[in-house]
Structure formats: structure tokens, C-alpha cells
Design a protein around this ligand. Structure first.
Ligand SMILES: *Cc1c(COP(=O)(O)O)cnc(C)c1O
Length: 370
């Protein structure tokens, strides 16, 4: 006999990450692996962040600054927001989880999310536990804000909108978001997950930022250093919160949730405009290239404002995913993300995408021949 586990926990599934590079290397005995599975930055980490971390390693015998004062100051100045509205986390994933811990009060409470959207929102409801309402995206693979608002009740506590959405890369615009905001129930918080903010902000005129809605006191904006800044391995994210909610988050936050290297790296990365510009221009080129690759193989790709493309291959994607693995290419199969015909492919360098294009063309031909 072992002690009893909470039943809702047994109902949860462990997060299934993109296949690690080393695992594929071992499994297929390959030299070159191209990973296009986790929306990482193919141009690497911000060089300024790397320099800052090199100097900071000497101090690793000390605990980090628990309040992350310098990092929160840098974020506060960068976005011109008061310090007490900024909370940092061990990746924005941690902030998502904490939002559930502080806002869900009963099993009758409801979390509303798009479908498909980011899997960690479902984990919030699973852990609480509470009711999860999934609202299908519209025909354009975009959040159907009208349908989501129709699903609101007086038990709605958290509404998650990833903008741009993961896995589809689509964006909701300012007009729709303004109207949606008016329909958020009294007792609920709208979480705008802006993990891909830097991309959408660069590629889409009038992209509505969570910052524009902070004055409502009902909106949270989540950002991360994992994507545009290339620091996914470091685990550091941040959020803009109404003061009443950051107060609650601070009570729940584990004392040293952002390590000292991540803190100095975040400060430096925010200043690294050269690395960001390089990432944004390289990503734009890669997005266009991915669209034409998918067109070439007859797949239906969705226009993306993030750093990945969602494409419907018109046939089950799992065998294509498997065949690509044998070529040393890791993508994300859509079955685990809500559409078994789709794949999500992250941007890569031009060389990465040459390899991907050749392998995909071959794989799709074989699939027809079979
Ligand atoms: C990548 C991603 C995150 C998580 O980022 P971390 O800061 O690395 O935890 C959050 N939300 C969405 C939609 C993402 O795609």
C-alpha cells in the first residue's frame, strides 16, 4: 500500500515535450539533427545575456535575489509599468500554474480556453481541479471569441487566450478583443498569453498588446524570454498583473523561483536589440519559406504571426512525423495538439529548412506511393 494520490492528479497526463535531440540521435544513429519542434530560437541565445551569465557564475554559492529586484526593475522600465504589477516566474509556465492556484476556489469553477490552444491551460483545471471548457477555434484556426464569450457563466474564473495562439500562430485583432473584454464576467480574469509578443508586434500593425488592457484590472499579460530572446533552457518568464492579483501571486510564489543566472540574463536580453532584430528578420524569412514549402507539398498552412507554422497535410501526420525523424528532423505531430492531420513546424535557419524541405518532399511522395 502506498499513500493515496489526489484523484484529479491521476487524471492528468505528464507533459509530452518535443522529442529531445539526443534521443533522436541515439535512436536513428544520425549525425545531424534539425529540431523544429519546440518553437525555440534557431539563432541561439542573446549574446549579451550569455556575457552577463559568464560574469555571474562566480556568485552561484549565493541564493538569488528572491524579489528579482533588478530584473523586475528592468522590465518595469522597459514597458513603463509600476514594479508592483510585474511578477517573474520559472518560465511563464510557472505563472500559468500559479494563476490556477490563486484564482480557482471550487470544483464548480470554470476555466475557458480555445481548442486547440496551449496544453498547460488544461493542466490548470486538472490540478485545481475544476471544470475545463474548451471552445473550438473558428474555420480560420483563430480563437472564436464570440463562442468563448457565449460559454461564460458566473462560475468562469480564468479565460486563457494565447495571442498569437499556439499551435496555430493566429492572432485576434484589436476590435474583437475590445468587444470580448466587455463580455469578461465580473468574477473572471482574462489571461492574454503573449509568449510570441515580439513576433506579432513586429509583423502585424495594430497588434493588441495586453498592456492596453491593464487598466481594466481584469487582464493579465504573460511574456517569456524563451522564444524571441532564445533563453528557453534558462526558464524565465514574466507577467503584467493587476496589483490585487500580483499581491496574491507573491504570496504563492516559491521563494527563489527565478535563478540568479536567469535574472541577470533577462536584464541583459531586454537590452539586446541587435539579437532581437536578427531573430525577427530571420523568423520572417523562415515563415515565408515554410509557407512555400507547405504549398509545394499540397498542405494547407495557416498564416502565422509567431515563430512556427501549423499545416494540415491532408493525411494522418503521425507517419509523416515518423518518416521525418528517420531523416533527423523533429517536428510536432498534430495528434497530440488536437488535429491528427496537422503538424506544427518551428522556424529554422535557411540550412535547417533546406534539409526539412528535401525530407518533407520525399516523405510526402512516399506516403502517396504507399
Ligand atoms: C512557449 C510557450 C509558453 C511557455 O514559455 P516558458 O516561458 O518557456 O514557460 C507559454 N505559452 C505559450 C503559448 C507558449 O507557446
Amino acid at each position: 500500500m502506498t499513500p493515496r494520490i489526489r484523484p484529479n492528479v491521476l487524471g492528468m497526463r505528464p507533459y509530452s515535450p518535443g522529442k529531445p535531440i539526443e534521443e533522436v540521435r541515439r535512436e536513428f544513429g544520425l549525425d545531424r539533427i534539425v529540431k523544429l519542434a519546440s518553437n525555440e530560437n534557431p539563432w541561439g541565445p542573446s549574446p549579451l545575456a550569455l556575457d552577463a551569465m559568464r560574469s555571474a557564475v562566480e556568485d552561484l554559492s549565493r541564493y538569488p535575489d528572491g524579489a528579482a529586484h533588478d530584473l523586475r526593475t528592468a522590465i518595469s522600465q522597459h514597458f513603463n509599468l509600476p514594479m508592483n504589477q510585474i511578477v517573474v516566474g520559472n518560465g511563464s509556465d510557472e505563472l500559468i500554474r500559479m494563476l490556477g492556484l490563486v484564482l480557482i476556489c471550487s470544483e464548480e469553477d470554470e476555466v475557458v480556453m480555445g481548442d486547440p490552444s496551449f496544453v498547460q491551460y488544461a493542466a490548470v483545471a486538472g490540478l485545481a481541479p475544476c471544470k475545463l471548457i474548451r471552445v473550438p477555434l473558428d474555420g480560420a484556426q483563430t480563437h472564436d471569441l464570440d463562442a468563448m464569450a457565449n460559454a461564460f457563466t458566473d462560475r468562469t474564473k480564468i479565460v486563457f487566450v494565447a495571442n498569437p495562439n499556439n499551435p496555430t500562430g493566429t492572432v485576434v485583432g484589436k476590435t474583437e478583443l475590445d468587444a470580448f473584454m466587455k463580455r469578461i464576467p465580473e468574477g473572471a480574469v482574462l489571461v492574454l498569453d503573449e509568449a510570441y509578443f515580439e513576433f506579432a508586434n513586429a509583423y502585424l500593425p495594430n497588434y493588441p498588446s495586453s498592456q492596453d488592457y491593464l487598466s481594466t484590472d481584469r487582464v493579465v499579460g504573460l511574456r517569456t524570454f524563451s522564444k524571441a530572446y532564445g533563453l528557453a533552457g534558462l526558464r524565465v518568464g514574466y507577467g503584467f498583473f493587476p496589483a490585487w492579483l500580483s499581491d496574491a501571486m507573491e504570496r504563492v510564489r516559491s521563494p527563489f523561483n527565478v535563478n540568479s543566472l536567469a535574472q541577470v540574463a533577462g536584464v541583459a536580453a531586454l537590452k539586446d536589440t541587435a539579437h532581437l532584430a536578427k531573430t525577427l528578420s530571420g523568423t520572417k524569412i523562415a515563415l515565408d519559406r515554410l509557407m512555400s514549402i507547405f504549398e509545394r507539398v499540397g498542405a494547407k498552412a495557416t498564416k502565422s504571426y509567431a515563430n512556427f507554422v501549423w499545416a494540415d497535410l491532408g493525411r494522418p501526420a503521425r507517419p509523416v512525423f515518423q518518416a521525418l525523424l528517420e531523416h533527423g528532423i523533429i517536428v510536432r505531430p498534430g495528434d497530440i495538439l488536437g488535429n491528427e492531420y496537422a503538424v506544427r513546424v518551428s522556424v529554422g535557419t535557411p540550412e535547417d529548412l533546406d534539409v526539412f524541405e528535401a525530407a518533407l518532399v520525399e516523405t510526402m511522395k512516399e506516403a502517396v506511393a504507399r
